[in-house]
Design a binder for this molecule. Structure first.
Ligand code: SF4
Ligand code: SF4
Length: 104
């Protein structure tokens, strides 16, 4: 799997708006809300076209396709594992619609 990320010997490019580094005070607030400090993602379900790339490539299997339809008529991806996300951003890297934002 890793080889496919380095096609042509180049490092993959994550869209710059897809990863948000939280400030210390925001991290502290997340810590209070969730009990522990973990990364999380947000998926724009209306941008999602249900291709399933993020589902297949998340190393922790934290993303699933929903049974409901979005406005475009696709089954959008939904995040199911807030307490296990490492913030690796592979999902954001794979998303062709730039629909995933990673907070870490
Ligand atoms: S950031 Fe990594 S661990 Fe978290 S949902 Fe995306 S691919 Fe999975
Ligand atoms: S990779 Fe992007 S477009 Fe494809 S299912 Fe995941 S969020 Fe939707």
């Amino acid at each position: 799997m890793r080889e496919s990320f380095r096609r042509n010997g180049r490092k993959p490019k994550i869209p710059p708006s897809s990863v948000v580094f939280l400030r210390k005070k925001d991290r502290a607030r997340d810590l209070t809300l969730q009990g522990r400090e973990m990364a999380r993602i947000e998926i724009d379900t209306q941008k999602c076209k249900g291709c399933g790339f993020c589902v297949n490539f998340c190393p922790r299997n934290l993303i699933q396709l929903d049974s409901h339809f979005n406005n475009k008529g696709y089954h959008p991806a939904v995040f199911k594992g807030q307490e296990k996300c490492t913030g690796c951003a592979i999902c954001a890297l794979m998303c062709p619609e730039v629909a995933i934002t990673v907070y870490k």
